[in-house]
Design a protein. Structure first.
Length: 486
């Protein structure tokens, strides 16, 4: 197990990140893309070693889980290279001087997004590659031109240290400045770094209590900074009567597979299933859940937290266990499906509406559309909301959609939320408590926007403007000029 970073080394890391910020920001998009491609190549080359470390520390299966996750990690590094090549992320905008502007004479104003500065990334436990050392937060911050200080998760310290070595060597070897990336260990060091004035933004994926505590620190600093926290989500699934009649068995099996995937340790795990009264899927759901074997959880702390949360949920008045599988032994747990009524759900303002991180989910039955809307109205927002419906349900679903858009950043139609692809249109975020920044995403190409801030240049001579704003557009980037896209 890696020991906590000593104070002197931590200070050196923060100083190096601050020193590297100017060089990283001045690098061209092509140069940064080269850094990211080199990092992806190096991680792919070290795959066998890294996957073995991840398997030992997290208990996640090497194949296909960890192999696929590492592939996702290197894919998103390369995808951000494409974002850099495209150039639209800079938001380059040119307004030439205009004496006839309706608001009065307009000066020459040019606007550009620029790197915010050194970023502190808190790695997640449940995705040791894709949301950890070289994960999406790191990739998007590096693409933006920001040095990264990575706070390793205590659940996989050796993997974090080794991945950090591979990543840093590749970045610096490709021409990035020395302070472009470093890994730190130790909970208190994460807090110390978050308070340090050299850190200009932070990101986090983890629990609601931990994320909220860090958010409060970030926003109460003498100079507050943006904090992009992903904290927790229940992710409701609404099933219509028509969908049950058309494919009820497939829905039941798909749901069981989704909420137990990875031992239920996905932030997008569907934790609530809204079914119409008299749905008739009890036996199918029981069989589907009973067939799921016990799976090891990430570590003892998470396993204990799941057991405690499940016990509290089971004790709520009106909640009953519908199906169980596998039992519990050590850090391994089977799946548990519980059920309750709309009346009981509305009566309990706490436990039934909270995330239970692990292989458990709760069915809530509703009488009609009005009752379903009432149920959704008391839910805390999350990351996703899913509808299992038919084309014939369009008019029935339309009045429900405002309730779903209120509680989620991503809506799914006849799909399952546990697949979060990395793409240009992806949104992985939502209103608090799903995230602390509902206008942003932590997955997909738009994640780069979190680590950029706008600067307007008014009346400057061309020679002093950043290249993307110079009159001849030397980088040949897409721009908006005098209100027209070019």
């Amino acid at each position: 197990m890696s020991q906590a970073t000593d104070p002197a080394t931590l200070d050196q890391i923060l100083a190096a990140a601050a020193d590297a910020a100017g060089t990283a920001a001045a690098a061209t998009p092509a140069q940064r893309a080269g850094w990211l491609h080199a990092a992806a190549d190096a991680l792919d080359a070290a795959a066998e070693e890294l996957i073995a470390l991840a398997n030992r520390e997290t208990h996640l299966p090497a194949s296909p889980r960890l192999q696929g996750e590492l592939k996702r990690t290197t894919f998103q590094l390369r995808l951000f290279g494409e974002v850099l090549a495209d150039g639209e992320f800079l938001g380059a905008t040119v307004d030439h001087a205009d004496a006839a502007w309706p608001m009065g004479p307009r000066p020459d104003i040019r606007r550009l997004l620029t790197p915010i500065g050194p970023v502190l990334v808190f790695a997640a436990s449940n995705f040791p590659f894709a949301f950890s050392v070289a994960g999406g937060d790191t990739a998007s911050a590096l693409a933006a031109g920001c040095p990264v200080v990575l706070k390793a998760h205590s659940g996989h310290p050796e993997l974090s240290a080794r991945t950090g070595e591979v990543l840093r060597e590749a970045l610096v070897g490709a021409g990035a400045p020395e302070g472009i990336f470093a890994v730190i260990h130790g909970q208190q060091n994460g807090v110390t770094a978050l308070k340090d004035p050299r850190i200009q933004a932070a990101s986090f994926t983890g629990s609601l209590p931990g994320g909220r505590a860090l958010f409060d620190i970030a926003t109460s600093r003498p100079s507050p900074i943006p904090f992009y926290g992903e904290l927790g989500s229940v992710n409701p699934v609404v099933v219509t009567r028509a969908a049950i009649d058309a494919r009820g068995e497939a829905i039941a099996k798909g749901y069981a597979g989704s909420f137990t995937l990875g031992a239920g340790q996905f932030c997008t795990k569907p934790g609530l299933l809204f079914l119409p009264e008299g749905h008739g899927l009890e036996d199918t759901l029981r069989e589907a859940v009973a067939a799921v074997p016990a799976q090891p959880m990430l570590n003892e702390r998470i396993a204990a937290g799941f057991a405690d949360g499940l016990a509290k949920l089971s004790e709520v008045d009106g909640v009953e266990v519908l199906s169980e599988s596998g039992g519990a032994e050590g850090i391994s747990h089977g799946a548990t499906l519980l059920a309750t009524t709309a009346k009981a759900f509305l009566a309990d303002a706490g436990t039934v509406r909270e995330e239970c991180f692990g292989p458990a989910s709760l069915i809530v039955t509703y009488a009609d559309q009005a009752e379903l809307i009432s149920l959704l109205g008391v839910m805390e927002p999350g990351l996703t909301a899913t509808i299992q419906g038919e084309e014939s349900d369009v008019d029935w679903i339309r009045p429900v959609l405002p309730s779903l858009t209120r509680v989620a950043g991503r809506l799914l139609w006849n799909d399952w939320p546990t697949g979060v692809t990395v793409t240009w249109a992806q949104e992985h975020g939502g209103p608090y408590p799903a995230t602390t920044a509902p206008t942003s995403t932590s997955v997909g190409t738009a994640a780069i926007e979190r680590f950029l801030r706008p600067i307007a240049w008014q009346g400057f001579p061309d020679a002093l403007l950043p290249e993307p704003l110079q009159e001849n557009n030397p980088w040949d980037l897409p721009r908006r000029t005098d209100g027209k896209r070019q």
